[in-house]
Design a protein around this ligand. Structure first.
Ligand code: GDP
Ligand code: MN
Length: 401
């Protein structure tokens, strides 16, 4: 599960990591007031206006803007709320922005990268740090891998103070900066564990220029990203409540309600399968025969007739779907359940697009009978004998349509 930056900042603040004050607004007429409040709280005229979407690369996309007046704050907020954000992480269609964070701006002496995540290769959690912050860490990893520092977390003790100090020195912190940076690292590692996060990232962590109040500068988090392990949400009520359904694909949310796993893709052939392995091979074989899958919908083994019918409703409500391939290898999932769901969906929604069905396994004969009786409702139905036959039939039917 993903959360917004403003929620990640709340988590950081609650975990003892210093973050400039901010407010979230959903309409631009609130921007001027928010600007005045956060800037007076921080004693500056600089504020940063930031689109709150579940994607990064906002700075380069023009959706992180520095302003020094209430009017400019309102204008930037209006721009972000009325234009789609297209960044390297959103795809060409871009994303609608519904929430804006208005935060006190800070002067930056230097930007750093800091994150805790799981390293599968070493089977431990790991702290990742770099003095080349602000830019995407993937770019640093590619162009300058030596600039990335890693410290493994102890399975019981987590990140230990000597490790955090070592990293702080490697990053080049000096004087009072070291203690501040160490505290941020230790607190980030604790938050990562206590919230069941899969990544806790601060990019950039910054140091402010020296001032009278802070002769060595201040270490602050000014952007944050947290993702959480879905399987742990049952014991993370406060985190689960941060879920923002508006940021998710509506079809994926519908599917989740019925315990179906649905992933939207870019093509035009809707796929309904049982089991992730079968889903992968179905997608591969569609591609092999020149088609493009529109989705990955896995009904699993335990879905009942109603859930499978919902699966067809979801696929058929996607306007990009120009053909449907059903590929079921009945085991725990029975073929007759699938056939009944097809008949239900045909009555209820209708298959305006070609439908190719390949069923094998438990109760397949009963399933074939059900499909034969439903044929009048499904003029586009074709049956297939094996996976190759099914893929050839559905790609041909979509091309002909
Ligand atoms: P992202 O592009 O989505 O990762 O958004 P960030 O919040 O990381 O902002 C991108 C960049 O904008 C940062 O790396 C900074 O260089 C700059 N930026 C963000 N907030 C501030 C701020 O308060 N003051 C200054 N001077 N620059 C900022
Ligand atoms: Mn960032």
């Amino acid at each position: 599960m993903k959360v917004h930056e403003y929620q990640a900042r709340q988590l950081l603040a609650s975990g003892g990591i210093p973050v400039p004050p901010g407010q979230v607004i959903e309409s631009f007429d609130k921007a001027a007031q928010a600007y005045r409040e956060v800037t007076s709280q921080a004693g500056t005229d600089l504020a940063v206006i930031k689109a709150q979407v579940h994607a990064g690369g906002r700075g380069k996309a023009g959706f992180v803007k520095l302003v020094r007046s209430a009017d400019d704050a309102a204008e930037a907020a209006k721009f972000m709320l009325t234009n789609k954000m297209v960044s390297v992480q959103t795809g060409p269609d871009g994303l609608d922005v519904r929430k804006i964070l208005i935060a006190a701006g800070v002067d930056i002496e230097k930007e750093y990268y800091l994150a805790v995540t799981t390293d599968r290769a070493s089977r431990t959690d790991v702290l990742i740090a770099s003095a080349e912050g602000g830019v995407e860490i993937e770019t640093v990893a590619k162009n300058n891998p030596d600039a990335i520092i890693k410290e493994r977390l102890h399975p019981l003790e987590g990140l230990r103070p000597f490790q955090a100090r070592r990293v702080a020195f490697q990053l080049g912190f000096t004087g009072k900066q070291v203690g501040q940076a160490v505290k941020v690292m230790l607190n980030l590692a604790k938050l990562y564990r206590s919230t069941d996060a899969s990544i806790a990232e601060i990019n950039p962590l910054i140091i402010t220029p020296a001032s009278d109040a802070h002769p060595d500068g201040q270490v602050l988090a000014i952007d944050a990203k947290f993702n959480f392990d879905d399987n742990a949400l049952f014991r993370q009520k406060a985190i689960a409540e941060m879920f923002d359904p508006m940021e998710e694909n509506p079809a994926e949310i519908r599917a989740k309600k019925f315990d179906l796993s649905y992933i939207a893709l870019d093509g035009n052939i809707g796929c309904l399968v049982n089991g992730a392995g079968l889903a992968m091979s179905t997608m591969d074989i569609i591609k092999l025969h020149g088609g493009e899958p529109a989705n990955f919908l896995d009904v699993g083994g335990s879905a009942d007739e109603e859930a499978v019918t919902e699966a067809f409703r979801i696929i058929l409500s996607d306007s990009r779907v120009q053909g449907v391939l059903v590929n079921i290898f009945g085991g725990i999932m029975r073929c007759d359940v699938i056939a009944k769901a097809i008949a239900n969906a045909a009555k209820e929604v209708g298959f305006a697009v070609p439908l190719v069905v390949r069923l094998e396994g438990t109760n397949v004969d009963a399933a074939r009978d059900i499909l034969e009786s439903a044929r009048a409702d499904i003029p586009t139905l074709q049956t297939a004998t094996d996976l190759t036959d099914a893929a050839i039939k559905v790609t041909a039917a979509v091309k002909a349509a």
